[in-house]
Design a protein around this ligand. Structure first.
Ligand code: GLV
Ligand code: MN
Ligand code: MN
Length: 425
């Protein structure tokens, strides 16, 4: 039972969000925080201090996930968990992920201050590298935790400088075997992630809370195109094998493959188009494209992927360009657990806060936590739906509502004994 109203210290939370935003490799208001860079490592130390200050026991695993635990009256019961990530893509904003980590911390502090004693342990998780920026694959921490990616493949992932994940995590002080990261299904009773929506739906609807029923299934391809290159002035047009032009055809092919489905839920993006050697008087020799495709409907997503592959073969073939396709990830959608959705909804009703049920078009660590336990997400609006850019903004009021709803939901779930859910322990 919560004995007194949960009071969120909004000033403290906003101050912490501001402080965290300072650990960045881009000038403010942009935030760039790539996993295991000095900025990320400094942000980790900042976070660790906040967790200790709050009186939580903290454990770090071999890939750098943080687990900050508030022990329950029955410590043997699987914990109710919350959390998110603090890494940020280049020139991002300050709220993506951080609201779920620092907001999760504030929810726990507020519950403690209210006199609430959880029956089950409550655990706050900071996941390593939700963003794919450095190693091409997102959700590294939660992927590893859930066993979705085997430790050998994980260890051998390379960044753009050719450094392996194994090397850089060791350098950051994480030296235990990667095998030790994996948790068994049932290790948690539930996982609930608080996050900004990263889209415009809530703001346009004028509703402060979104309850996420499903998360879109993302897939990523890396395409290498290679030709002989040559002098931009001397090689006749009809003798060229220009990989950039094949790449341009592929980019348009991605758009066409997506639009053919005629569904708002289907999206595809070429976010990387890298040209080597990148000189005005040199015919491109090597091109790298990275393509992201998502849908809540996995079959539809896979149909689009097949069309994109065909477009790549065709675009490379017609110009005699050599091509290679690497599948970076192909994940399934995650569905929220009915009992958790009800717990969030009951909390909103109790607080008198409007909510709506929705889908997440962005992916989150929750996708992988769904392999371990029942999951759900709480969304708050962000201005004009902007995210992954410096203009990203969530209002203090909405952040406070998100934390209150999270605190109430954690309290409900942590008060329960074993419960009958679709996949409850
Ligand atoms: C996560 O950041 C995503 O790309 O959806
Ligand atoms: Mn993100
Ligand atoms: Mn995020």
């Amino acid at each position: 039972m919560i004995r007194s109203p949960v009071l969120v210290d909004l000033d403290r939370l906003l101050g912490e969000l501001d402080s965290l935003a300072c650990f960045s490799d881009a000038p403010s208001p942009a935030v760039t925080r790539i996993v295991f860079t000095p900025a990320d490592r400094a942000a980790r130390s900042f976070l660790l201090e906040r967790f200790w200050e709050a009186g939580l026991e903290v454990r770090q695993d071999a890939i750098g996930n943080f687990f900050a635990r508030w022990e329950g009256l029955e410590p043997g019961l699987p914990a109710v968990a919350t959390g998110s990530h603090i890494d940020a893509i280049p020139y991002a904003g300050r709220y993506d992920g951080t609201v779920g980590v620092l907001g999760g911390l504030e929810a726990i502090r507020a519950l403690r201050a209210s006199g609430f004693r959880p029956r089950r342990p409550v655990e706050l998780i900071m996941f390593t590298a939700e963003e794919p920026t450095r190693f091409g694959v997102g959700c590294l921490g939660s992927r590893a935790l859930s066993g979705a990616l085997d430790p050998n493949t994980l260890a051998r992932l390379r960044d753009a400088d050719g450094r392996t994940l194994d090397e850089v995590r060791r350098e950051a002080g994480y030296t235990a075997p990667l095998e030790s990261v994996v948790k068994r299904p049932g290790a948690y009773a539930a996982f609930v992630e608080l996050h900004i929506e990263q889209g415009p739906h809530l703001e346009r609807s004028g509703v402060p809370i979104g309850i996420v029923e499903a998360i879109a299934a993302p897939a990523g391809l890396r395409v290498w195109l290679e030709g002989p290159g040559g002098h931009a002035g001397t090689v006749p047009m009809h003798e060229r094998h220009d990989p950039l032009l094949s790449g341009a055809r592929i980019a348009l092919g991605v758009e066409a493959a997506v639009l053919q489905e005629g569904s708002e839920d289907t999206v595809g993006t070429v976010g990387v188009f890298d040209v080597h050697p990148g000189a005005i008087n040199s015919i491109p020799r090597r091109v790298r494209l990275e393509i992201d495709v998502r849908d809540v409907d996995e079959n539809r997503r896979d149909r689009v992927l097949a069309r994109i592959r065909a477009a790549i073969h065709e675009a490379a073939g017609e110009r005699g360009v050599h091509h290679r396709i690497e599948e970076l990830y192909r994940d399934g959608p995650a569905r929220s657990d009915a009992a958790l959705l009800e717990a969030i909804e009951a909390t909103c009703l109790e607080l008198g806060i409007p909510f709506l049920r929705m889908k997440s078009r962005a992916y989150h660590d929750t996708v992988f936590m769904a392999r371990l336990c029942p999951v759900a997400m709480i969304f708050i609006p962000c201005r004009e739906g902007l995210s992954h850019c410096p203009e990203e903004y969530a209002s203090p009021e909405n952040i406070a509502w998100g934390v209150r709803v999270l605190a109430g939901t954690l309290a409900r779930l942590a008060s329960r004994g074993p419960w009958r859910g679709s996949r409850s322990p």
